[in-house]
Design a protein around this ligand. Structure first.
Ligand SMILES: Nc1ncnc2c1ncn2[C@@H]1O[C@H](COP(=O)(O)OP(=O)(O)OP(=O)(O)O)[C@@H](O)[C@H]1O
Ligand SMILES: [Mg+2]
Length: 380
C-alpha cells in the first residue's frame, strides 16, 4: 500500500499543509520541535485511530482552534481510498472513507496499515506491562480490526464492574457487615459473566498473535545478533490457561475470579482479566528487561518491529508503511544495514531525522527529502 497524499488542517503545529509522497522513501529533515514527528503521528492516526503520544484530541488540534483534520489518499492493489478524520474539541470525531461518513471505527480501521518504530519503543522492553499491552493491542487492531471493538467492549464492562465493586465496598463499610453482600451476588455474577465472555476473546487473540509473531521475531533476532542469541516471547496472561479452547479459557477465568473474590471486594476493583496481562522477552533464557544490555534491547525491539512488518504483510497481503522516528541514528551500522536491506523498495518508509549524515549516499539518492520548519514543509 502507498500513501500518496497527506493533508493536514489545524493539526498540531500545522495550519494547512499538503504533502505529496513522490518516492517510496521520504526523509523528513528538520531541527527539534519543528513538526517532524507530528507528520508520523498523523499517519499513525489514519492507521490506528490512536496516537501513542496522547489520548486527548484537544492536544492534536492546533492551539486556539476547535477543529482539525487529517486527510490521506491511499493507493492499494484494489484501488484508491480517501480517508479523513475530523477532530473536534470539544466533540466527537467524524470519520469518512471515500466521502462516506462511517458510524463505526471498525469500518475505518484497516484502510491503511503502519508500523511505527521510535526511540520510545525501548519502553517495550524496559517499561511497564502497560506499554507491552498497548503494543500488542495496536498490532492486533491492524491485523483484525474487529479487535478494536472487542477491546472497547471489554474496557466498558471493566469500568462498570469496577464501579459496582466500589459501590459494594462502600456499602459494606457503612453497614460494617458483609452479610448483605451476598444479596448482591446475582448482579455481580452477571458482571462476571460479561467480563469473562469478552475478556476471554481478548486473551485468546493476544495469545494467538504472539504465537504467530514469535518465529518471525526469532529469525530476525538471530540474524541481527549474528546467530548468537535466542529470543523467546512469552505471553503472561492474567488468566492462566494452556488451552486455546474458548470454554476452557472461560472456565479458567471464572475459577480465578472465585479465588480472588474476597480481594476484589476488599479492594473494590477488578483484579482478574486481560487488563493485567504482560509479555516477557528473554534472550538466551534471561529476561531482557532486567539483564539485557542496551544493545541487546535495541536488537530485540528492531526484531519485533521487523516481525510486525512481515506479519501485517502476510495477513493483509500488502506491505504496511514503516514510520521511523529518530531511530536510524541510534542504531549501529550493522543494525542500520539490516533495517535498510529489509526496507529496500518494499515498504513505503517515512523517516524523521535532524541530520542527513547517518544515511548512505545510495539511500539519499533514492529518497525524497523534505525540510520541516515550524509547521511548514518544503522540498529540500
Ligand atoms: N496542538 C498543538 N498546537 C500547536 N503546536 C503544537 C501542538 N502540539 C504540538 N505542537 C508543537 O509542535 C512541535 C513539536 O513537533 P514534533 O514533535 O513533530 O517535533 P519534531 O520535529 O519531531 O522534533 P524532535 O526533533 O525534537 O523530535 C512543538 O513546537 C510543539 O509546540
Ligand atoms: Mg520528533
Amino acid at each position: 500500500m502507498y500513501l500518496k497524499t497527506l493533508h493536514l488542517h489545524n493539526f498540531r503545529n500545522y495550519l494547512e499543509q499538503t504533502v505529496e509522497f513522490e518516492q517510496k522513501k521520504t526523509i523528513l529533515l528538520g531541527n527539534n520541535a519543528q513538526g517532524k514527528s507530528n507528520i508520523l503521528e498523523a499517519v499513525e492516526l489514519l492507521a490506528t485511530l490512536k496516537s501513542h503520544r496522547t489520548n486527548r484530541d484537544r492536544d492534536l488540534i492546533l492551539e486556539g482552534k476547535t477543529t482539525g483534520q487529517i486527510l490521506g489518499i491511499v493507493e492499494r492493489t484494489y484501488g484508491m481510498s480517501d480517508l479523513s478524520i475530523i477532530l473536534r474539541s470539544p466533540g466527537r470525531r467524524t470519520l469518512t472513507l471515500n466521502q462516506e461518513n462511517l458510524r463505526r471505527h471498525l469500518e475505518f480501521l484497516g484502510s491503511l496499515n503502519a508500523v511505527e518504530f521510535s526511540s520510545l519503543d525501548l519502553d517495550l522492553v524496559r517499561g511497564s506491562p502497560d506499554a507491552r499491552r498497548s503494543w500488542l493491542d495496536t498490532l492486533l487492531v491492524q491485523l483484525e480490526p474487529v479487535y478494536a471493538h472487542i477491546l472497547h467492549q471489554y474496557y466498558q464492562v471493566l469500568r462498570q464492574r469496577n464501579a459496582f465493586l466500589k459501590e459494594l465496598r462502600k456499602k459494606a463499610a457503612e453497614e460494617e457487615t458483609s452479610t448483605n453482600l451476598l444479596t448482591q451476588m446475582p448482579q455481580l455474577h452477571l458482571w462476571d459473566q460479561q467480563l469473562v465472555e469478552i475478556g476471554s476473546r481478548v486473551t485468546r487473540r493476544r495469545a494467538r498473535v504472539i504465537e504467530r509473531l514469535t518465529p518471525l521475531a526469532q529469525n530476525w533476532h538471530k540474524s541481527i545478533s549474528g546467530g548468537q542469541e535466542i529470543l523467546e516471547i512469552i505471553y503472561l496472561p492474567n488468566i492462566d490457561c494452556d488451552s486455546d479452547q474458548p470454554t476452557q479459557v472461560q472456565q479458567a477465568f471464572f475459577d480465578k475470579i472465585e479465588q480472588r473474590r474476597i480481594a476484589e471486594q476488599q479492594l473494590g476493583t477488578t483484579v482478574v482479566g486481560p487488563h493485567r496481562d504482560d509479555v516477557e522477552f528473554t534472550i538466551n533464557q534471561t529476561p531482557a528487561k532486567s539483564y539485557g544490555s542496551q544493545g541487546q534491547q535495541r536488537t530485540l525491539v528492531l526484531a519485533l518491529k521487523l516481525a510486525e512488518l512481515k506479519l501485517i504483510e502476510e495477513v493483509i497481503g500488502e506491505p504496511p508503511l514503516l514510520l521511523l522516528d529518530d531511530v536510524l541514528a541510534e542504531l549501529d551500522p550493522n543494525r542500520q544495514n539490516q533495517l535498510l536491506e529489509v526496507i529496500q523498495g518494499r515498504f513505503q518508509t517515512l523517516i524523521t531525522t535532524t541530520y542527513l549524515d547517518s544515511f548512505d549516499s545510495q539511500w539519499l539518492q533514492s529518497s525524497q527529502i523534505l525540510k520541516v520548519e515550524s509547521g511548514k514543509i518544503h522540498p529540500y
